[in-house]
Design a protein around this ligand. Structure first.
Ligand code: NAD
Length: 357
């Protein structure tokens, strides 16, 4: 399949124009567009500009709300509780975590409970932003308001969303950033595989009868089958904890069937933000984290592996390559994004770099 390589700046201009056409003010359009393209640059196309067709639909259907104001329900010394009221998630999460970081600067740490946000995107983005300001952080996130996609351990059908977990900290050189769906693959990766005509990795999906399959088409096109939880009963347990801490505890939407599902993408998130300097000399802590990373990376690769990587390293490598060579987009994803941008009413100039062959 022929992939087009598109410069990040052109993608960002298109995303910004699409969001502004949907009604976002400049700050929101800039924040969401930068986040989406940042996900593409990190190699996570599942959470990049390919989400725009969904965002256009969500805003049109009233399931995501541009320029929403974050409602602060509680502001205690060590905890802030916010209701995003379906605001565009990348801005809602940014603002809630800004508030948490301000509190953690004084108190040493702060819990941020954010409920009912529209899609907050790639969670690693927040870990990186916090690490750049000297904070370690942990994030438990659920996904609700649409059909379940993830089959917990031993389940023959889907009961949860792909419920991401992320954690990380500043370290000398580059932060360590673990950021992952608790499903064997993120749903967007099944969508990308379907658009590219690829099979998904072994063990990632089950079909409508609960049998293993590598074909993403039934899941994406027919809404059949499920993505398995990663890591057997342990990964499945983490997915369940994300549902409970991320949403049940924050008062957000869970996927248990008492709640209506309107076809939105609603994330709720429980985050813990820790000021590293409250625990010691940040330079020494960063040095220790880097030493642990080096120690692990110095292991001789096991049979079948060329090298040892640590969380955050694959993203950093892809980012360097894509900043230089552009973001690869397959024809179907590109066509879908352009249709959505035009449908939203984005100005033609912002799309020019994407429509030129
Ligand atoms: P992934 O499997 O590509 O990577 C998961 C983690 O493993 C990353 O921290 C990565 O750095 C690390 N990693 C990857 N390869 C490695 C290797 N060879 N050695 C060591 N570490 C390695 O990620 P994923 O599970 O497909 O998640 C993709 C994205 O989807 C994430 O950014 C996540 O936040 C996002 N997501 C968001 C939502 C939402 O609703 N907002 C839902 C699900 C997932």
């Amino acid at each position: 399949m022929t992939m087009r390589r598109i410069p990040a700046e052109a993608l960002e201009a298109m995303a910004r124009a699409t969001l502004k056409a949907l009604g976002s003010n400049d700050d929101e359009a800039d924040a969401v567009a930068a986040h989406l393209v940042g996900a593409n640059l990190a190699g996570h196309d599942s959470h990049g500009v390919g989400m725009l067709p969904d965002y256009v639909r969500l805003v049109r259907d009233g399931l995501a709300v541009p320029n929403q104001e974050l409602a602060v329900l509680a502001d205690l010394p060590g905890l802030v509780h916010c209701d995003a009221k379906r605001g565009l998630g990348q801005r809602m999460a940014r603002d809630a975590l800004h508030l948490g970081a301000a509190r953690a600067r004084e108190a040493g740490a702060c819990v941020v409970a954010l409920k009912n946000s529209s899609h907050v995107g790639r969670i690693g983005h927040y870990v990186e932003a916090l690490a750049a300001e000297g904070f370690a952080s942990v994030h438990f996130v659920n996904v609700a308001d649409h059909r379940a996609l993830q089959a917990p351990y031993a389940c023959g059908d889907a009961r949860l969303g792909t419920n991401p977990f992320a954690a990380g900290l500043p370290a000398e050189g580059a932060p360590v950033v673990l950021d992952m769906a608790t499903s064997a693959i993120a749903y967007g990766k099944a969508r990308v595989a379907r658009n590219r005509g690829d099979a998904v990795p072994e063990g990632a999906l089950i079909d409508a009868a609960g049998r293993p399959t590598r074909d993403p088409v039934p899941l994406v096109d027919l809404q059949e089958g499920a993505i398995r939880a990663f890591g057997g009963h342990k990964g499945s347990g983490l997915a369940i904890v994300c549902e409970l801490l991320g949403a049940a505890l924050t008062g957000g939407l869970t996927l248990q069937p008492d709640h209506p599902r309107q076809g939105g993408i609603v994330n709720s998130m429980l985050s813990v933000v820790i000021r590293a300097a409250a625990l010691g000399d940040p330079a020494a802590l960063g040095h220790e984290a880097a030493a642990v990373r080096s120690w692990i990376k110095a292991s001789p690769p096991a049979a079948g592996f060329d090298e040892v990587l640590v969380p955050g390293e694959p993203e950093a490598r892809v980012r360097a390559e894509r900043r230089r060579d552009g973001v690869p987009l397959d024809p179907k994803s590109l066509a879908d994004i352009l249709d959505a941008a035009r449908d939203a009413g984005a100005d033609g100039e912002s799309l020019r770099a994407l429509t030129e062959s």
